[in-house]
Design a protein. Structure first.
Length: 317
C-alpha cells in the first residue's frame, strides 16, 4: 500500500469501492488525525491503514500475543487464558489472525467483554487462513481488522514480516507464548525491542522444540512470564485512570476466584482432572481452561502424577 496510497491521497478505485460498500470502514493516513500515534513513531510506519470495525480501539493500550502457527494444545490454552486475563485488566489484545497462538489469543480476548485487534497480512477484504472467517467476522463486530495492503492482495509470504512491525508498533509490549527456533514470532519480538516495546516470553520444557524460541528471547533479556502480573508490573500507567498494578487486583481478591467452580471443588488434597470434572459437572475442556487460568493467577499448581493442588487461600464460601 505504500506505493499506492501516499499520505493524504485518496485511495485507488478498488480501495475506494471497498470503503464505500461496507459499514465501519475507513482509511487512516499517517499525516492525519485518527492515525494511532504509537504506530506513527516507529521507524517505518505504514503511510495508510485500511480499517474495518471500531478504529478508535487502535488508540487504546494493547498487548500483542504471538506465537507458533503449529502451537500445542497447551500453548493454545495458555494464549487463550492470558488474553482473557489481560482484557479483564483493561488492555486490548493484538495479534495477526494466524493459526495456532494468534487465533487462540483473539478468541481468549473475545471470551468475555474484552476486545481485540487483528492485523492482516492480506488486503482488508481477504481472510487468511480461511478457517478464521467466522473469527474475523466476530472481530469486525467487537474489535477491529487492520491492513496496510490494498484490496485484493492475497497472502504473500513477504507481507507477513512487514505485518509484524504493525502488531508490535501498536502495542505496549509483545508476549510470545510458543515459538520454535526459527519462528516468525521472533521477528515480532525483535521489532518490538527495536521499537522500545516490552518483550515477554513464556518458558516451556527443555525438550519442547516450541519452547526454544521463547528460551532464546529470555536469554536475550525478555521477561519470563508465569502469570499476568509479570506483564502488568512492567507496563507504564495506561488509560482509564488506573496504573497497571491497580487495574488488576490480586488474584485472591478477584470475585471470579471466589466463585470459580473448579477452585471451590478442589478441597485440601491434590485432585485429578477427572475428579474435578466429576465434582463440577463441567466438560474436560471447560475444567482444563479454568485450571490453566487459575495457574496463571497463581492460585493452583500442577503436581506430579497429573494432579492439581491449591497454592493460595481458600475462597470464601
Amino acid at each position: 500500500m505504500d506505493k499506492i496510497l501516499a499520505a493524504g491521497e485518496m485511495p485507488p478505485r478498488t480501495d475506494l469501492d471497498w470503503l464505500q460498500n461496507g459499514q465501519d470502514r475507513q482509511a487512516l493516513f499517517l499525516d492525519q488525525p485518527g492515525y494511532p500515534p504509537q504506530l506513527a513513531h516507529i521507524a517505518d510506519p505504514p503511510l495508510a491503514l485500511l480499517v474495518e470495525g471500531d478504529a478508535r480501539l487502535l488508540l487504546a493500550p494493547q498487548i500483542a500475543i504471538v506465537g507458533s502457527r503449529n502451537a500445542s494444545p497447551a500453548g493454545r490454552e495458555t494464549a487463550f487464558a492470558m488474553a482473557s486475563a489481560l482484557t479483564q485488566c483493561g488492555l486490548l489484545v493484538t495479534s495477526g489472525l494466524a493459526e495456532g497462538v494468534d487465533g487462540a489469543a483473539h478468541r481468549g480476548a473475545l471470551s468475555g467483554p474484552g476486545q481485540t485487534i487483528a492485523v492482516l497480512g492480506t488486503g482488508p477484504d481477504r481472510v487468511y487462513p480461511r478457517q478464521h472467517l467466522n473469527l474475523a467476522q466476530e472481530i469486525r463486530q467487537r474489535g477491529v481488522l487492520v491492513s496496510e495492503q490494498p484490496v485484493g492482495m492475497p497472502p504473500r509470504s513477504f507481507n507477513f514480516p512487514r505485518r509484524n512491525r504493525i502488531i508490535s508498533g501498536l502495542s505496549l509490549g509483545v508476549l510470545v507464548v510458543e515459538a520454535g527456533a526459527q519462528s516468525g514470532s521472533l521477528i515480532t519480538a525483535r521489532l518490538a525491542a527495536e521499537q522500545g516495546r516490552e518483550v515477554f516470553a513464556i518458558p516451556g520444557g527443555i525438550h519442547n522444540p516450541l519452547a526454544r524460541g521463547c528460551h532464546a528471547l529470555i536469554r536475550d533479556g525478555a521477561k519470563l512470564v508465569e502469570n499476568v502480573s509479570d506483564i502488568l508490573e512492567e507496563l507504564p500507567p495506561f488509560e482509564r485512570g488506573l496504573s497497571p498494578l491497580s487495574a488488576a487486583p490480586p488474584a485472591t481478591d478477584r470475585p471470579a476466584a471466589a466463585t470459580n467452580p473448579v477452585l471451590a471443588n478442589m478441597g485440601d488434597s491434590p485432585v485429578s482432572l477427572d475428579l474435578l470434572v466429576a465434582r463440577t459437572g463441567l466438560t474436560v475442556a471447560e475444567v482444563s481452561t479454568m485450571l490453566l487460568t487459575l495457574q496463571l493467577d497463581g492460585l493452583v499448581t500442577a503436581l506430579p502424577g497429573g494432579l492439581f493442588g491449591r497454592c493460595g487461600p481458600h475462597p470464601a464460601r
